[in-house]
Design a protein around this ligand. Structure first.
Ligand code: CA
Length: 311
């Protein structure tokens, strides 16, 4: 027989247990391995308290995912950024107690995570690139036309390195690594991308606009991208995306910086979301197209895809 005190204790205990039961009930994004996010050029983890991946880590965590947001040099070669990220992945594996991670990279974060999967496939369950210029960006090609070794190039590199250093300084976890604007540019133009792809071909399509291998060295490869440079009148960054699109439009459909086919890696989930390059990480502060699935939902669906694939 329960006395009143025992009943009261049971009632309080079950009331306290309710919120945690509600959290556990969903599990929609509860992947087997942690999700690790790797930012793009001039990126960061948090800048003045604002997520680079705006609202995405919290949305994934809410339904069960373990999410780690990394930060590497804002401007550097894919290999240098990859080495920095690899050190962080080794730490995450040690902290989380899981043997592998699911790596997601936006923009230059794509080649960065590919480097980690190529050199340490044992630490990687999957690679997902979002709006990454795997075959290079025409915008980077255009900037490359500035005469190497000229005063113009020195000025451009100086200004961009300065901007990157400021972003690094204002971020929540400043990296001690140097900025290298010319190295970043070299990694993102067509010739540099081709060299990187010949060294690290995993998941890269062998045709101009096809899909790549879905699985290489035990690592699953996925990608998605957008093709709408202008999506929201309230977002001032659309002007920048529109300017980039003027350069690339002659070549192919694009997100303002990266062409549709250049974003292909492994299994192409979709290559024509109504999103521009910044919408792909739900920026600026959630201002994206009203006529497209929310970028946050796309990430949630992908986490669920990884979960269902036992990753
Ligand atoms: Ca936007």
């Amino acid at each position: 027989m329960y006395n009143n005190k025992t009943l009261l204790a049971l009632c309080i205990a079950s009331a306290l247990a309710l919120p945690s039961l509600a959290n556990a009930a969903s599990g929609y994004t509860q992947t087997k391995y942690p999700i690790v996010l790797s930012h793009g050029m001039l990126g960061f983890d948090k800048l003045l308290g604002v997520d680079y991946w705006y609202g995405i880590p919290s949305a994934l965590r809410r339904d069960g995912a373990k999410v780690y947001v990394t930060q590497v040099s804002q401007l550097n070669t894919s290999e240098s950024r990859g080495e920095e990220l690899l050190a962080q992945v080794e730490e995450i594996v040690a902290i989380s107690g899981q043997s592998k991670v699911n790596l997601l990279g936006h923009s230059h974060g794509g080649p960065t995570i590919r480097y980690v999967a190529a050199v340490r496939p044992d630490l990687v369950a999957s690679i997902t690139s979002i709006g990454s210029p795997h075959k290079g960006s025409p915008v980077a090609d255009l900037i490359r036309n500035v005469q190497p070794g000229s005063a113009g190039e020195a000025l451009l590199a100086g200004l961009t390195n300065g901007l990157a250093s400021l972003i690094n300084l204002l971020s929540s976890n400043p990296s001690s690594s140097a900025q290298n604007a010319l190295g970043a540019l070299e990694s993102l133009n067509s010739a540099g991308s081709a060299r990187f792809n010949s060294k690290f071909p995993q998941g890269i399509p062998t045709t101009a606009c096809g899909e790549g291998a879905y699985k290489v060295n035990g690592v699953n490869y996925y990608s998605w991208g957008g093709t709408s440079p202008l999506t929201n009148l309230l977002d001032p960054s659309d002007l920048l995306m529109g300017a980039g699109a003027l350069i690339i439009n002659k070549v192919e459909a694009n997100d303002g910086l990266v062409g549709r086919c250049s974003s292909h890696l492994g299994q192409v989930i979709r290559d024509n979301y109504r999103m521009n390059h910044l919408d792909e990480v739900n920026q600026v502060i959630g201002l994206t197209s009203l006529f497209e699935t929310s970028p946050v939902s796309v990430y949630r669906q992908h986490a669920n895809r990884l979960k269902n694939a036992s990753l």
